[in-house]
Write a protein that binds this ligand. Structure first.
Ligand SMILES: [Zn+2]
Length: 469
């Protein structure tokens, strides 16, 4: 016996099977599944339907036609690298599970077995045709709104236990809620429908999808010549298309807009939410002209005219190389080269320091004298002092040890002064007066600290009142 499947345009396979079951007089679902050639306890998935070859045989249809036009296979084939496995599983007996292959628990929220419908679409269909269907494009994970009506979709969970093996027909209108959707949600729904169409018509594999994406992104100037994504401009464009308040939504790590920016990067190979791809493709498709003026203005680097004449005249007026570097924000190398080229004398190369001066600098440095003081005493530059200290083995460590020692001595002296000035204070009170010095000595040299402090007082026993004489 050949059965006839009442499949409508943009209807999902689950919906057609459900209507067929209803037309047969809603028989016992176990017996009905046997009639279709499905396992007795099989659960028909709303958009990742399996056993498609078997169903096609039963209904005299073309398996690939059902797979490509009445399930979300085209979308998941494009967003996961496991497209071929998914195809085999859906045409065959559902092993391995398409729900797992498509990462549905990851991309969908809550149960992977939900089915959605738009109350406005249902009303229109019932008025025009007498029956309503579950639309395929409403089932794309993450879509919350009808793409034609500004209405939130009603979500139906396909139950637990035995209930999920029933066939759910489109509910009555009075059982549905009509709620207005935001502009952002409507745009997202439109992007999802657009993406589904693209996947059905020309994007076949994950590789093709990312190639297509990169080609379009670079056509619109979102990718630099060296292959980097202009994240800032991409964000702005997405925010414009989806009428977002930029910044706020992009910071959520779960946001599809945020993910869209990540997958725009080259060689991104991980499985991502279909809506992230939909967002990107739709954004690019919504831009009017490739490389429009608005972008070229942002992307053209401004011609950099360097005030060379000013630099040279400043140099002639006696500004030092360091001052020139600072003033014109250029490197020493750049400045000296320009002076050399223009025949302006400078003292960079006459800096070969006399060995006597060097010895003096080193001897001062060994005594732990600060760099600034050495500069003052020897009349040299800070650069040469720095260089000598760093290039002499062991000197940096020696100076560090000396600094440490002198710091400890300073701390000890300060504490001793405070103790002397306030002979009546207890240890705790002194600690509060010179907290940082106390802490330093406590950490490094406890013995010295306790020798400086007044003798410790024994704590008075708790609960006994002090008697004042
Ligand atoms: Zn609708």
């Amino acid at each position: 016996m050949m059965l006839k499947l009442p499949l409508s345009h943009s209807e999902c396979l689950y919906s057609a099977i459900t209507r067929h079951w209803q037309m047969m007089g809603a028989p016992n679902t176990y017996r009905y599944r046997e009639l279709l050639g499905l396992p007795r306890r099989h659960r028909v998935h709303p958009f990742l339907t399996t056993h498609i070859t078997k169903l096609a045989q039963t209904f005299g249809a073309e398996p690939n036609e059902l797979l490509y036009k009445s399930t979300l296979f085209p979308v998941f084939r494009a967003v996961t690298p496991d497209g071929e496995k998914l195809e085999r599983a859906m045409l065959g007996d559902g092993q391995p599970s398409p729900v797992i292959l498509s990462r549905l628990p990851h991309v969908g929220r809550g149960s992977p077995f939900i089915i959605k419908c738009c109350p406005e679409c249902v009303r229109e269909e019932r008025e025009q045709k007498g029956f309503a269907i579950w639309h395929l494009h409403h089932q794309i994970p993450g879509v919350t709104t009808c793409d034609k009506h500004p209405t939130l979709l009603n979500v139906n969970v396909l139950g637990d236990g035995g209930a999920d093996r029933d066939f759910m027909t489109v509910p009555l209108l009075k059982a549905m809620q009509v709620k207005a959707a935001s502009r952002r949600d409507i745009a997202l729904a439109q992007s999802a429908t657009y993406f589904l169409n693209e996947c059905c018509t020309h994007i076949k594999t994950n590789c093709e999808l990312s190639n297509c994406l990169h080609q379009q992104l670079s056509e619109y100037g979102f990718i630099t010549a060296s292959g980097y994504v202009r994240q800032g401009d991409l964000k702005k464009a997405i925010a414009k298309v989806f009428s977002l308040q930029p910044a706020s939504e992009f910071n959520e790590s779960q946001s599809v807009f945020y993910k869209a920016c990540i997958i725009a990067r080259k060689h991104y190979e991980y499985c991502t939410h279909p809506l992230a791809y939909a967002t990107l493709l739709y954004t690019v498709a919504s831009l009017e002209h490739p490389r429009s003026d608005q972008f070229s203005e942002v992307f053209t680097p401004k011609a950099d005219v360097f005030p060379m004449v000013d630099l040279l005249s400043d140099a002639r007026n006696g500004l030092s190389i360091n001052q020139l570097c600072k003033k014109y924000a250029r490197s020493k190398c750049f400045v000296t080269r320009q002076l050399d080229l223009n025949g302006i004398e400078h003292d960079t190369n006459s800096m070969a320091t006399d060995s006597k001066v060097k010895d003096k600098i080193l001897s001062l440095a060994r005594r732990g004298i600060s760099r600034e003081k050495i500069v003052e005493e020897t009349g040299t530059g800070l650069g040469i002092v720095d260089k000598l200290i760093c290039n002499t083995p062991g000197l940096v460590e020696r100076r560090k040890a000396l600094r440490h020692k002198s710091k400890l001595a300073e701390c000890a002296e300060k504490i001793a002064q405070v103790c002397e000035a306030n002979p009546t204070l207890t240890r705790t009170q002194i600690r509060k007066l010179v907290e940082s010095e106390y802490a330093t000595l406590y950490k490094v040299d406890k013995k010295l600290l306790f020798a400086l402090l007044p003798p410790a007082k024994r704590p008075s026993p708790i609960g006994r009142k002090k008697t004042i004489h």
